[in-house]
Design a protein around this ligand. Structure first.
Ligand code: NAP
Length: 476
């Protein structure tokens, strides 16, 4: 499908050759689909230097021109729609139908960024609100931070890259992108498109290679003004240790809880939550993980959720009918297999699933789990959901809030009193009512509380993170 690219790093508007080759595989068949040269330390240095040179060009570019580049990027992704979708399905193992959704969303993300590029503004500050401010006129503007380092995960190789590249350019920054080593090919396609759309040389640079070396060289560099990272909590913590004084946005993990109250539409909840638990094999930061069935909802909900889980079509992600493909690597499927076995040995019941074929793990529903089991307490990041019986709504809220993560949570109920109580009680970046916690619209503020991260994405909010407030005071 893809040939070995002799030049896989994009630096200062040129495709350049560099270090040892990184082979990329089809995650279902294991067949090699591409190989890219990885960056050495001097290549990362050159990429940052190119971004630094392009920073004033981007900062001085008028908003309408930044918007034109982003609009053109969206158009060019649409022109290569099938190529992008197939690349995602092959390198990430994501079912083709969901890979297509990802491409559609990335087109929206660039389109939304083009609109936001035209409304970046500050506000006046009434300095005369204090005696010392009398006789002064004040306002602030938002200025681009400069060079942004963008580090992305494997699970959305296009749209989570778009959520970094698009707002960075919209805000007038330059950037160096380091995609996940499992899924760098989609990022290569995106850089081709950005260059064709008119992004100036050096405004977008791509370096491929291991996070522990290439990623850290980027994060440590004092020329980098901001790190925007999406990935696992341990790597997020590591970034805060090595970055030094620079802006940091972290989009990390979650153990997404859901409360299903007895007054909810149980059939609808079961169907939506099955999709939310299993799409992309549960490798989504907001995948459904802990479902609290309250009171009379528990039994009928469990029955319908198990049925919906069994309905999922498992297989080759390039097959149009498939809902659930492989996990990103066989060792990940082995990891979740052992977590489920461990839970089972400690008393959990497997209602459906619990089987593995190579890198494929079948949609699995657990009951009789305990809060300390890994499948409940840690991010499963696999097609496994637990259904937990609770007596009352207050206990459900307490249990949903438990743990260290706070990205998104959802509640299924038709009772407005319960909705308001949940919104006040739940310490999460997003509270979703009557939909799966895996819901995301690309322009909404998106990000986590507690150990789930720092800052927010969603174009307008990412642009706020990627700009500095500059205060202007004029003595009248
Ligand atoms: P990961 O292992 O943390 O990797 C993410 C990125 O960080 C990759 O590009 C990786 O490079 C790089 N990296 C690794 N070590 C690094 C280091 N020391 N310094 C700098 N960069 C480093 O995460 P993943 O397995 O790809 O993704 C799964 C995780 O992402 C899950 O925890 C999930 O919840 C989270 N996630 C969060 C969101 C959100 O919006 N909150 C969205 C999607 C995923 P290599 O690939 O070369 O290791």
């Amino acid at each position: 499908m893809f040939k070995v690219k002799e030049s896989g790093l994009f630096i200062d508007g040129q495709w350049v050759a560099a270090g040892p080759l990184l082979e990329v595989k089809n995650k279902y068949s294991g067949e090699a689909i591409g190989a890219l040269p990885t960056a050495r330390e001097q290549d990362v240095d050159a990429a940052i230097a190119a971004a630094q040179q392009a920073a004033p060009i981007m900062a001085g570019m008028p908003a309408y021109k930044r918007a034109q580049i982003l609009t053109r990027t969206a158009e060019l992704i649409r022109e290569r729609f099938d190529e992008f979708a197939t690349c995602i399905a092959a390198e990430a193992g994501k079912a083709l139908k969901f890979s297509r959704t990802e491409v559609e969303r990335a087109i929206s993300t660039f389109g939304l960024a083009a609109e936001e590029a035209k409304r970046i503004h500050g506000e006046t500050v009434p300095l005369d609100a204090v005696p010392s401010g009398e006789g002064y006129f004040g306002f602030y503007v938002r200025r681009p931070v400069g060079v942004v380092a963008a580090i992305s995960p494997f699970n959305f190789p296009l749209n989570l890259v778009a959520h970094k590249v698009a707002p960075a350019l919209a805000a007038g920054n330059s950037l160096v992108l380091k995609p996940a080593s499992q899924t760098p090919l989609t990022a290569v396609l995106l850089c081709e498109v950005l260059a064709a759309a008119g992004a100036p040389p050096g405004s977008v640079n791509l370096v491929v290679g291991p996070g522990s070396s290439v990623g850290e060289w980027l994060v440590r560099d004092p020329r980098v003004a901001m790190v925007t990272f999406t990935g696992s909590p341990p790597v997020g913590r590591r970034i805060t240790e090595v970055a030094g004084i620079k802006k940091i946005t972290l989009e990390l993990g979650n153990t997404s809880p859901v409360i299903v109250a007895p007054d909810a539409d149980l059939e609808f909840a079961a169907k939506r939550l099955a999709v939310g638990a299993y799409y992309n094999s549960g490798q989504v930061c907001i995948s459904v993980q802990r479902i609290y069935g309250q009171g009379a909802a528990y039994e009928p909900f469990l029955e319908q959720f198990v049925a919906a889980s069994k309905d999922m079509v498992v297989g080759d992600p390039l097959d149009e009918r498939v809902d659930v493909g492989p996990m990103i690597a066989e060792n990940e499927a082995i990891r979740i297999e052992s977590w489920v076995q461990e839970a089972r040995s400690a008393g959990a019941r497997i209602e459906t699933g619990g089987t593995r074929e190579g890198p494929v793990y079948y949609p699995t529903v657990l009951t009789a789990v305990r809060p300390e089991m890994k499948v409940v307490a840690q991010e499963v990041f696999a097609p496994v959901a637990s259904v937990i019986q609770v007596d009352d709504f207050e206990t459900a809220l307490e249990q949903a809030n438990s743990g260290e993560y706070g990205l998104q949570v959802s509640v299924f109920t038709r009772d407005i009193g319960r909705v308001l109580k949940a919104v006040r009680a739940l310490n999460f970046g997003g509270v979703i009512i009557n939909e799966s916690p895996a819901f995301r619209a690309d322009h909404m503020p998106y990000g986590g509380n507690r150990q789930s991260g720092l800052g927010r994405e969603g174009l307008k909010y990412a642009i706020e993170e990627m700009t500095n407030i500059q205060m202007v005071v004029i003595r009248e």
